[in-house]
Design a protein around this ligand. Structure first.
Ligand SMILES: C[S@@+](CC[C@H](N)C(=O)[O-])C[C@H]1O[C@@H](n2cnc3c(N)ncnc32)[C@H](O)[C@@H]1O
Length: 240
């Protein structure tokens, strides 16, 4: 190889390395891509869908907010930006999600907003605040009934008077028909989910949630369709 060929090779190598690092800077890392896939993809769509829904239902910057099963902050990043400093709290069972959420806040320059994130296997939602609003998006769809009950019980203790906790669920029938798997309706062109009474992903009847709330200071409002692309419905749990 002569001097000019060697020079050309060095230049090409240097350009390729610069292009690679520029593309790494704008593209999520492989672990972040994997975490985004695990929370269901639809990164931009599901983030803004949740924020817009909650703003329509009274979320203001002054609200104290609890995000149960916050994942890698697909929606949390929008909430943190919208809320006053220190008003966002999130819990997730998976410490990789919490680490990914912290990295996401850094990537979005939201570190100074005072978001509080916690890994918990037992729905430890006591952050020393009374929450006005909260959500569990695509969480109850993966949980057996007693885990949902546990979550609602803990959340009911930290909701402000007239605070509301929203949770998405797959709708199923009351009675023994529930034991037949359901192919859930979804938006046109989207993937329909098959759900079960006793296997993940779960479906529940509104009466299931009403029964869970019988001994809790919560009452339900069945909101139903809220535009979820894969047919998850919305239930509101209001502090009585
Ligand atoms: C489908 S993801 C949704 C994440 C987030 N809510 C969103 O919309 O992007 C479900 C999340 O719930 C978390 N999760 C599952 N079981 C949980 C539990 N028992 N307590 C807290 N988080 C849980 C998972 O780790 C995961 O991050």
């Amino acid at each position: 190889m002569n001097r000019w060929e060697a020079y050309g090779r060095r230049i090409r190598g240097s350009i390729a390395r610069n292009l690679q690092s520029a593309s790494d800077a704008i593209r999520p890392s492989r672990s972040s891509t994997e975490l985004r896939r695990r929370v269901g993809g639809l990164w931009d769509e599901m983030g803004s869908l949740q924020l817009n829904f909650l703003i329509e239902h009274g979320l203001t910057p002054e609200s104290y907010f609890i995000d149960v099963g916050c994942g890698v902050l697909r929606a949390g990043r929008h909430f943190v930006r919208h809320l006053d400093d220190g008003h966002y709290c999130g819990v997730d069972i998976d410490d990789a999600m919490i680490a990914g959420g912290i990295a996401q806040l850094k990537e979005d320059n939201l570190e100074s907003k005072g978001a509080r994130l916690r890994q918990s296997t037992t729905f430890e939602v006591d952050f020393g605040e009374k929450f006005n609003v909260g959500i569990a998006q695509s969480v109850f769809t993966h949980l057996p009934i007693n885990s949902i009950w546990h979550c609602l019980s803990n959340v009911s203790e930290v909701l402000a008077p007239s605070g509301v906790f929203y949770a998405t669920f797959f709708r199923g029938p009351e009675g023994p028909e529930r034991f037949t798997p359901i192919q859930q309706p979804c938006l046109e062109g989207r993937v329909s989910v098959r759900t079960f009474a006793d296997e993940n992903p779960y479906h529940y009847s509104p009466q299931d949630f009403a029964r869970m709330c019988e001994n809790l200071p919560l009452e339900i409002e069945d909101i139903g369709d809220w535009g979820h692309p894969r047919g998850q419905q919305m239930m509101a749990f209001k502090r009585t």
